[in-house]
Design a protein around this ligand. Structure first.
Ligand code: PEP
Ligand code: MG
Length: 601
């Protein structure tokens, strides 16, 4: 050790644009990588390892006895299982051998050996073994803490300097809680472009890459790195040439963005006069600064669950009304559309579940939770109605699967109107009410639903997942997750037709809306509104302003005849490349287009 490390390029999927430079901070699943340093005295490191094991065994014994005295043998067995991890030859022999070979400190060798072991277990398709990884992670964390004479409770906390975060996986709440000033960008081994972790990264403007194999295991703490959120790369120990090339690229991107910012006050209208309402998706109030700078026409999707599920308890009506009113008055005279609580799926459940759901995306999500927890739902509805007194407000219901849910939700809304009237509260009883169309059954009956609401907003992230039956956060099947599947495109058309039958507007607020490859198709199919992460607004606006609606309609017509995904990608990329080649080159296709649509092989 000690010499200059070689440049290594890790490739993954870009999910949030931007180029950043900084030291890396590696977080394995559940615990941080310890500091790594070269050692001269192998025997001493082995002793330190033995000592950490001894302390851990002692603690586990104590915990087992404690649990047994409280609740009998059953609970104590957990710690017996933890103890067995420490008896495994992989630990007892593997770590001393690693110390000898790697000549690195004991805790880092222990960490590296265990990460390797955990990774192989995660890949075994046996649920029992996979579950055991949680036990092992737990023990590892304990052993790592026991390397310090004073157990360090902050071992897994973020460092207090700017860094690029690399993790096996991050939850949406990890991402939401990131300190924007310290975390320059992040990369994960898991994840997908439409996971909420990726969506949040885009909204917050944090460059991010997912699907980087082996990065956690191979990277060393504080390695200098470059994260390229355009091409999906993480480069550790870059050479001076690489750094210079990326500095120049970064500069170029900044100049291009500065040009796009000039469009701020212009409308999103095609060359032949078709106007599109281009609004922004947000999760937090602080994103309104970005929204204002982006030139978006209001907020087309406020994902309220990120605010509501931030704390242990759901904020009450007063707190919600205060937040929604502040947002409404800031966005006025444009509209803000609050989506009612959409918990579950890959987000936090609405309330702690006694047992994890086997299929969370098919489970207690979105409107299903709200209709089962009417008291909470009505607090939110009243808060949104009250915000209607401060600005132009709309609301929409997530994960509608049929008209019954819309009617039930509307009837609760009518109850709330009565309750607020009786209380003499200031509110707007006339706010626009919409349904999100993200389930194929709802898309098929969109015309019926359209008769009940003021607008339809297509959540393509979920619509794609449910139509092609591909979990939106599972990287193993990510290549099957295709917004361009003919089934998806025909469903979108069904929704738009259903809405036009009742003279109401249709929007798209899923990630597909910000995808430059599919933009001509969505415009051609006749969407009225597109809602995208605020940082994407200028790019999408520029693209819309270069499109010709008639050509887009012809493209839509051809795509509706197509029977294969590849054909649709091809047709769309031809139009996109002919219309805005530079924009496409510099920004990439966006979240849902396969990269070969942008750079055909
Ligand atoms: C969608 O599903 O497209 C959507 C906008 O909602 P979310 O991504 O929050 O599920
Ligand atoms: Mg959704």
């Amino acid at each position: 050790m000690g010499g200059i490390r070689k440049e290594v390029v890790y490739s993954g999927t870009p999910v949030s644009r931007g180029i950043v430079f900084g030291p890396v901070h590696v977080v394995a699943r559940g615990f941080s990588a310890p500091e790594v340093y070269p050692i001269a005295n192998v025997a001493r490191e082995r002793e330190r390892f033995e000592e950490a094991l001894r302390r851990t065994r002692q603690q586990l014994d104590g915990l087992r006895e404690h649990m047994e005295s409280l609740s009998g043998n059953e609970e104590g067995r957990i710690f017996e299982a933890h103890m067995l991890v420490l008896e495994d030859p992989i630990v007892l022999e593997g770590v001393p051998t690693a110390i000898e070979k790697r000549r690195q400190n004991a805790e880092y060798c222990f960490y590296a050996v265990m990460q390797n072991q955990l990774e192989s277990m995660r890949r075994i398709p046996d649920p029992f073994l996979r579950d055991r990884t949680t036990d092992i992670e737990d023990v590892c964390q304990r052993v790592l803490r026991n390397f310090d004479s004073e157990p360090d409770e902050s071992a897994s906390e973020a460092p207090e300097h700017q860094h690029i975060l690399v993790a096996y996986d991050l939850t949406p709440s990890d991402t939401a809680a990131m300190d924007r000033h310290q975390v320059l960008g992040f990369a994960t081994e898991q994840g997908s472009v439409t996971s909420h972790t990726a969506i949040l990264a885009r909204s917050l403007g944090i460059p991010a890459v997912v699907g980087l194999r082996n990065a956690v295991f191979n990277l060393h703490a504080l390695d200098p790195c470059i994260l390229d959120g355009y091409e999906g790369k993480l480069i550790s120990n870059p050479t001076p040439d690489t750094v210079a090339r990326y500095r120049a690229l970064e500069e170029l991107h900044q100049q291009r963005r500065a040009k796009l910012d000039k469009l701020r006050d212009l409308d999103a209208v095609t060359t032949d006069g078709r106007a599109i309402t281009l609004s922004a998706n947000i999760e937090f109030e602080h994103e309104l600064d970005l929204v204002e700078r982006s030139g978006a026409k209001g907020v087309g999707l406020f994902r309220t669950e990120f605010f509501l599920l931030e704390s242990e308890e759901c904020p009450d009506e007063e707190k919600q009304a205060a937040l929604y009113s502040r947002v409404a008055s800031r966005v006025a005279p444009s509209e803000v559309i609050f989506r009612t609580l959409d918990c579950g799926g890959d987000k936090v459940p609405g309330e702690p579940l006694s047992e994890p759901e086997p299929n969370p995306f098919l489970g207690w999500r979105g409107i299903r939770f709200s209709l089962d927890r009417k008291d909470l739902f009505k607090e939110q509805l009243r808060a949104i109605l009250r915000a209607g007194a401060s600005g132009r407000v709309g609301l929409m219901f997530p994960l509608i699967s049929g008209i019954g849910e819309v009617r039930e939700a509307k009837s609760l809304l009518a109850d709330c109107v009565e309750e607020l009237t009786a209380r003499g509260e200031e509110f707007n009883p006339e706010i626009a009410v919409g349904a999100m169309i993200e389930v194929p059954s709802a898309a098929m009956v969109a015309a019926d639903i359209a008769a009940e609401v003021d607008f339809l907003s297509i959540g393509t992230n979920d619509l794609v997942q449910y139509t092609v039956a591909v979990d939106r956060v599972n990287p193993r099947v990510a290549k099957l997750y295709r917004a361009s599947h003919p089934g998806v495109i025909r469903l979108i058309k069904t929704v738009i037709d259903g809405a036009s039958q009742h003279d109401i507007w249709t929007g798209v607020c899923g990630e597909m809306a910000g995808d430059l490859v599919f933009l001509p198709l969505l415009v051609g199919l006749g969407v009225d509104e597109l809602s995208v992460g605020a940082p994407l607004v200028p790019t999408v606006k520029q693209a819309v302003r270069l499109l010709d609606f008639e050509k887009c309609s012809a493209l839509a017509h051809s795509c509706l005849q197509a029977s294969e995904t590849g054909q649709i990608v091809q047709l769309c990329s031809e139009v996109a490349r002919a219309t805005y080649p530079e924009l496409l080159q510099q920004e990439g296709g966006g979240a849902t287009a396969p990269s070969f649509a942008v750079h055909p092989s």
